[in-house]
Design a protein around this ligand. Structure first.
Ligand SMILES: Cc1cc2nc3c(=O)[nH]c(=O)nc-3n(C[C@H](O)[C@H](O)[C@H](O)COP(=O)(O)OP(=O)(O)OC[C@H]3O[C@@H](n4cnc5c(N)ncnc54)[C@H](O)[C@@H]3O)c2cc1C
Ligand SMILES: *[C@@H]1O[C@H](CO)[C@@H](O)[C@H](O)[C@H]1NC(C)=O
Ligand SMILES: *[C@@H]1O[C@H](CO)[C@@H](O)[C@H](O)[C@H]1NC(C)=O
Ligand SMILES: *[C@@H]1O[C@H](CO)[C@@H](O)[C@H](O)[C@H]1NC(C)=O
Length: 562
């Protein structure tokens, strides 16, 4: 899709350009094929870069070897930055943002915080801007506070897996997780962080007591429910638009030692979803409630999220799916060794109310760490086969309860009836237990389902496992949702135009854009989300350039980059 090599060449040229400021921009532009198509190179471009190059950091700023920041887990978007900052302090981040802010509208420079780069559509990239490698900000020690409301203060560049390991040494752990833990705190808090614990604890953004944030003006602000609460709410689920999170105070709870991990199959969606909804509504339920769809598979176990082995099932009855669509309930109950004698009885009680296909109950017992880090096991296997670093066209939808049956009928019964190219997760949550006021957008109803199509594409395939086919199917799903007015919202949203973003935010757009004008008035931050465009003053020359250009270097029509 995107010509990466060309970008690399352009980068080299750019580097040369930066080093030798004596080169006249006009000559460069007219002589060089790579420069003319770039959207509006500014007269002040070199000045801006030399100003950055002169700055002194605790960490360092690099104009070279930046290619890795033009990649992400999605594998589909490649926007080359101008430079990468490897910060060693909050003031490194603050001063780079402040410097760019003070250049005002004379520069097109933007700043993209990059967590672990596990975005799907270039959200952590900064086309010709500065990428901040947040992982450089990690510290060897985390500061734990034990007591009635235990918490840990961590760098926002920290990976959740490291927080887990460190917390366990204190007998503690965060309450709410993502399915995969090799993601940064700043990255998931900018979205929501939803997994099987969210029905009980809310998403990760509900389990944070305090943040340290660098706003789009370079100001460092500590915020919480009590202090600068508007910024606190704005930043949580804020898609990086209002500030760069540099530290976070994460709520902890006593950590269990072990987990009973259970799966059971359903062939009827109505029965399946009724059971899921019953489970999320009841007290003393499981600690984790999810589910997934099995489309035209013969085995249960050929699944990258699975850590069940065939010797684990309690009732290993021969069960064939015969190409049917099946729904797998996945739940987990945490316990400690002193509870071993009654845990099985507790679980039997919980299961006795459910209506799964009796012979399809699978049970496994694992340590708490192995349960939480389950996807990493699959990652290693896929990496071995070269199937991890492939394009990941993912589609994550939040579907109101009142629409979910219609959705399931059309999507699993028709659009995706013959194949899926990766796990399809499906589970309900109840927003009435969630905190109010964050930037995360959800459907209008309290109870809604997260339905996640976590597809992998086989590079260069033009068949059903190829990128084009998967994208077409996802578009069909979205079209169906729109046509039937299902009231869905995208999670990890991705849009190309501001009109679509406005529709996504709905009535919340007014608040969202007002907050943008307060906390990041020049729209410097997180340009990869493509919600707002960097404010800049265009001189006549630039305008001429703009109008003659319709393709950017990245191959995306620039009119889409609003
Ligand atoms: C295998 C896998 C499994 C996943 N499972 C789940 C899941 O179960 N639940 C779930 O909710 N999500 C899940 N995700 C999605 C994941 O939460 C997002 O993709 C998240 O953005 C990845 O975090 P990251 O650290 O790589 O962030 P990046 O991709 O680096 O950044 C994401 C966005 O946040 C911004 N950002 C990054 N750091 C900061 C910061 N410190 N301050 C402000 N903005 C910042 C970036 O600019 C970018 O816009 C999964 C992703 C993958 C790849
Ligand atoms: C959602 O929460 C509300 C308020 O606690 C409750 O009345 C309702 O029954 C819950 N619904 C489900 C499906 O959990
Ligand atoms: C299931 O997949 C196989 C290929 O793996 C295909 O031949 C068959 O038609 C599919 N069945 C249905 C019901 O779509
Ligand atoms: C969120 O707000 C709604 C009404 O706006 C209220 O009914 C609900 O109790 C609030 N939830 C929390 C957790 O504060």
């Amino acid at each position: 899709m995107i010509n990466f090599k060309q970008n690399t060449i352009a980068l080299r040229i750019l580097t040369v350009f930066l080093v030798s400021f004596t080169i006249n921009r006009k000559n460069l532009c007219s002589n060089h094929p790579f420069f003319t198509p770039i959207k509006s190179p500014s007269v002040h471009f070199a000045t801006a870069h030399s100003s950055l190059a002169e700055m002194i950091f605790d960490g360092h700023l690099s104009f070279e070897n930046t290619e890795h920041t033009a990649k992400d887990f999605g594998g589909r978007y490649h926007f080359m930055p101008s430079a990468v900052l490897y910060p060693k302090s909050v003031s490194d981040i603050s001063s780079v943002v402040k410097n760019i802010f003070q250049m005002g509208e004379t520069t097109e420079l933007t700043v993209g915080a990059r967590g672990h780069g596990h975005s799907l559509e270039g959200q952590a990239q900064a086309h010709r801007g500065v990428v901040i490698n947040m992982e450089s900000l990690r510290e060897p020690e985390m500061s734990f506070h034990t007591g009635i409301m235990p918490y840990v203060d961590v760098s926002a560049g920290e990976l959740w897996i490291n927080i887990l390991h460190k917390s366990l040494k204190h007998g503690l752990a965060p309450k709410s997780w993502t399915d995969y833990l090799h993601l940064t705190v700043g990255g998931t808090l900018s979205n929501a962080g939803i997994s099987g614990q969210a029905f009980e604890h809310g998403p990760q953004i509900d389990n944070v007591y305090q943040l340290q944030v660098v706003t789009g003006t370079g100001e460092v602000v500590i915020c919480s429910e009590e202090q600068h609460s508007d910024l606190f709410h704005a930043v949580l689920g804020g898609l990086g638009q209002f500030g760069i999170i540099t530290r976070a105070r994460i709520a902890l709870e006593p950590a269990p030692k072990k987990v009973k991990w259970i799966r059971a199959l359903y062939s009827d969606f109505t029965i399946f979803s009724k059971d899921q909804e019953r489970l999320i509504a009841s007290d003393n339920s499981f600690n984790y409630i999810e589910g997934f769809v099995i489309i035209n598979r013969t085995g249960l176990l050929d699944n990258w999220r699975s850590s069940f082995s065939s010797k684990d099932p309690i009732q290993a009855n021969q069960f064939t799916s015969e190409g049917r669509v099946l729904f797998c309930l996945e739940v987990a109950k945490y316990f400690n060794l002193e509870e071993s004698d009654h845990i099985d009885k507790d679980i039997d009680n919980l299961l006795s109310d459910l209506n799964y296909i009796q012979s399809t109950l699978f049970l496994s017992e694992v340590s708490y760490v192995d349960f939480l880090d389950r996807v990493h096991v699959s990652e290693l296997k896929l990496q071995e086969k070269g199937l991890w670093e492939v394009p990941h066209p993912w589609l994550n939808l939040l579907i109101p309860r009142s629409s979910v049956h219609l959705f399931a009928q059309e999507v699993f019964g028709n659009i995706l009836s013959d194949t899926s190219n990766g796990p399809v997760l499906i589970y309900p949550v109840n927003k009435s237990r969630w905190k109010n006021g964050t930037s995360m957008v959800t459907p209008a109803e309290n109870v809604f389902y997260l339905i996640a199509f976590l597809s992998s594409a086989i590079p260069s395939s033009t068949g059903k496992d190829g990128l084009e086919h998967i994208l077409t199917q996802h578009q069909r799903i979205l079209n169906f949702c729109g046509r039937s007015n299902l009231g869905i919202k995208q999670y990890l949203p991705h849009y190309r135009t501001q009109e679509e973003w406005k529709a996504h935010f709905g009535t919340f757009w007014e608040v969202f854009s007002k907050r943008k004008s307060i906390y990041d008035p020049l729209a410097i931050l997180a340009p990869g989300q493509r919600i707002f465009q960097k404010r800049r003053h265009l001189d006549n020359e630039d305008l001429k350039l703009n109008s003659s250009v319709d393709k950017g270097l990245d191959g995306n029509p620039s009119k889409d980059i609003i």
